[in-house]
Ligand binder design. Structure first.
Ligand SMILES: [Zn+2]
Length: 326
């Protein structure tokens, strides 16, 4: 009798979860949250992608419970203001382990090893979806951004780190290890002798793509050759002004980006690659890199497009909202 009762209860819970999921999908309001190390940002989107409101709070430092409460207060305020209940998607650095349900690799270390998804679902009394920030970027640009309407999209973050996410037919590719698209810690392909053995990476290996293509990687590459220290934006500006050492650094960067993307093209064959992060603002990549990648891609022609982002820095939080679809 007790066993039967338990089964019945479990079945009722499953049905109530399914009901909640279908209610959430049917409703129009999509709430996206970008949970970062310094700020927590919320966006409310209508189904057509119109931004209804945006709010932000400072991330409570080193305070897991405080972080959860801050998210709840943002959601409650938005729903009170808009007079509607929404779906909630969360984008954050790090990845949610499918095996343990806990967050790993987050730079907000107080979140690591905590069952954040389960805790948020209890606190917000609804199902919540979570993905990492590079995945949210890819989803945003594939849903209503630069690659809207394209079938297969690789979204890349070129910033202080290098990340990526893959969207196929409107859906984020999410596997058992929560690492789909994470190409930054693959080795730089077709390395020249002067690129070997490669700089040490924080992940414990050498010569990772991230050590070449991140903003700090570009700056270090220039510094090692020239003996002077310049940051990425200044290297780009000086190259445009005709400074040869800066121009050479950007040429090396372009060839490395072409080689790194060629591996992705051979594996995933995306319709478009969309770049995000600070280095995506450099306009010359979009012209020069597609001229270089043909040499490395295993095809007689390459029709993949390399595109700048449409939503730029807003793509992280917009993609979090789109975790529930349009
Ligand atoms: Zn690495």
């Amino acid at each position: 009798m007790t066993v039967f009762g338990m089964r019945k209860t479990r079945k009722a819970t499953v049905e109530s979860n399914q009901l909640e999921h279908s209610r959430a999908r049917a409703g129009g309001l999509r709430l996206g949250i970008d949970l970062g190390g310094t700020k927590i940002e919320l966006i409310a989107l209508a189904r057509d992608g119109t931004e209804l409101l945006r709010r932000r709070l400072a991330t409570p430092q080193g305070d897991y419970e405080g972080t959860l409460r801050a998210i709840r207060s943002l959601v409650q305020q938005a729903e009170t203001e808009l007079g509607a209940r929404g779906t909630v998607g969360i984008g954050t650095p790090g990845a949610l382990s499918r095996a343990t349900g806990k967050l790993k690799n987050s730079n907000s270390v107080c979140l690591n090893g905590r069952p954040i998804l389960e805790d948020l679902q209890n606190l917000l009394e609804r199902p919540v979806r979570m993905a990492n920030d590079a995945d949210c970027f890819a989803l945003s640009e594939a849903t209503d951004g630069a690659a809207a309407g394209m079938a297969v999209v690789f979204g890349v973050i070129l910033g202080t780190g290098v990340g990526g996410g893959i969207v196929a037919h409107g859906r984020l590719l999410q596997g058992p290890n929560a690492i789909a698209g994470e190409w930054g810690h693959n080795p730089l392909p077709w390395p020249a002798s002067e690129e070997l053995p490669g700089r040490a990476c924080y992940c414990g290996k050498r010569g990772c793509i991230e050590t070449f293509l991140s903003g700090p990687g570009l700056a270090l590459d220039y510094t090692e050759r020239s003996g002077t220290r310049l940051e990425g934006p200044e290297i780009v500006a000086r190259a445009a002004a005709g400074e040869e050492a800066c121009e050479a650094a950007l040429r090396r960067y372009e060839d490395r980006l072409a080689r790194s993307l060629a591996h992705v093209l051979n594996l995933v064959d995306p319709d478009a690659v969309v770049l995000g992060g600070g280095l995506s603002r450099c306009a010359r990549w979009y012209e020069n890199v597609p001229k270089l990648w043909g040499k490395y891609v295993f095809s007689d022609r390459v029709d993949t497009r390399l595109l700048p982002p449409r939503h730029g820095d807003s793509s992280g939080v917009r993609g979090a909202a789109w975790l529930w679809g349009r």
